[in-house]
Design a protein around this ligand. Structure first.
Ligand SMILES: [Zn+2]
Length: 321
């Protein structure tokens, strides 16, 4: 997510108090989450038992869009060692793409966008809705609100860091036209991450997150509700955003850059996509945009004039729910 967006939002509250509170909560969270491995969610077994054998999907035709969060120009957060989030997102996105394709998801599309933040978000939505897909997954790495940052020296320069918060998180928007399917995929992703012995970030449902406080929708999978995210609310297919971990956390940044971690996340996403694909009901949710684009000589729109249209469509769909 954007570092800029997270700055300047706890006016008048002493940061020491916040840090003390955050420490206490982080400790409480760690106490809650350490110990013997997390038990598999009980409903996994039930879901597996209920899985209709005939529902197996054809992976070669199942379309997944992997959205690389941010752009080179508008890079998102900055890590504790001054590496832009976009680089982490791109590296992880490539790894996930490789893994999905190796496992038969040939129609996986890695979406890399250029330019400034907001136009790039609109462009992602426009491209996704035009292509159509069965799933949309946006890949990010997390940071913390600027007020929580401490300072350290790295390569001769003072850099912000925060070692209190760590973990992945999964977000869905209830404004997505296919919210239920989004949530279903989000839970599969979160549970698959947990199965890789990864912990989710506990802080998002806490009051001290201010305007970034989110409703925790699933306490096992680490799925939070984030209605306003453009790439989640305006895409017409089930859409999920994954924060792989915190790059402002000095230890976790090193983990995020490791091959081992990228392998874990790639495995988790591929497992989740396979389960989602296999457990879709007989009448799979339709991608609202027709897929076959007529091959005419009409020039492709280079800008986003059509943008208000999908938004209106999404709102209309939301009203229908
Ligand atoms: Zn981001």
């Amino acid at each position: 997510m954007s570092q800029h967006a997270r700055d300047h939002f706890f006016p008048g509250v002493p940061s020491a108090a916040f840090v003390a509170l955050a420490s206490a909560l982080a400790l409480a969270s760690s106490l809650l989450t350490t110990g013997p491995g997390r038990a598999a969610p009980a409903d996994d077994a039930a879901a597996a038992a209920a899985k209709p054998a005939a529902a197996k999907c054809d992976r070669s035709k199942f379309r997944i869009i992997l959205d690389v969060g941010h752009t080179k120009e508008s890079y998102g957060a900055m890590s504790a060692r001054y590496v832009p989030e976009f680089e982490f997102n791109l590296n992880l996105g490539r790894k996930i793409e490789e893994r999905l394709k190796a496992d038969g998801f040939a129609e996986t599309y890695l979406m890399v966008t250029e330019g400034k933040a907001r136009p790039s978000l609109m462009r992602r939505v426009a491209v996704a809705n035009k292509r159509g897909a069965d799933l949309f997954l946006s890949i990010h790495h997390d940071s913390v609100p600027g007020i929580y940052n401490e300072s350290w020296e790295f390569e001769g320069k003072k850099r912000p860091f925060n070692d209190l918060f760590a973990g992945y998180s999964v977000f869905v928007s209830q404004q997505n036209a296919q919210y239920r399917e989004s949530l279903r995929f989000a839970k599969l992703v979160g549970n698959a991450m947990a199965s890789q012995d990864l912990q989710f970030a506990r802080q998002y449902d806490q009051w001290f997150m201010g305007k970034f406080q989110r409703e925790l929708l699933d306490h096992d999978a680490g799925v939070y509700r984030y209605d306003q995210l453009i790439v989640l609310k305006m895409t017409r297919m089930p859409a999920v955003l994954l924060e792989s971990g915190s790059i402002i956390n000095r230890d976790e940044e090193v983990v995020m850059a490791s091959q081992a971690h990228k392998d874990k996340v790639s495995t988790a996403v591929t497992t989740a996509a396979a389960e989602y694909c296999d457990t879709r009901t007989a009448a799979p949710p339709q991608v609202s945009q027709p897929q076959a684009q007529p091959k005419t000589s009409q020039p492709k729109p280079r800008t986003l004039q059509a943008q208000p249209k999908p938004q209106a469509a999404t709102r209309a769909a939301a009203r229908k729910r």
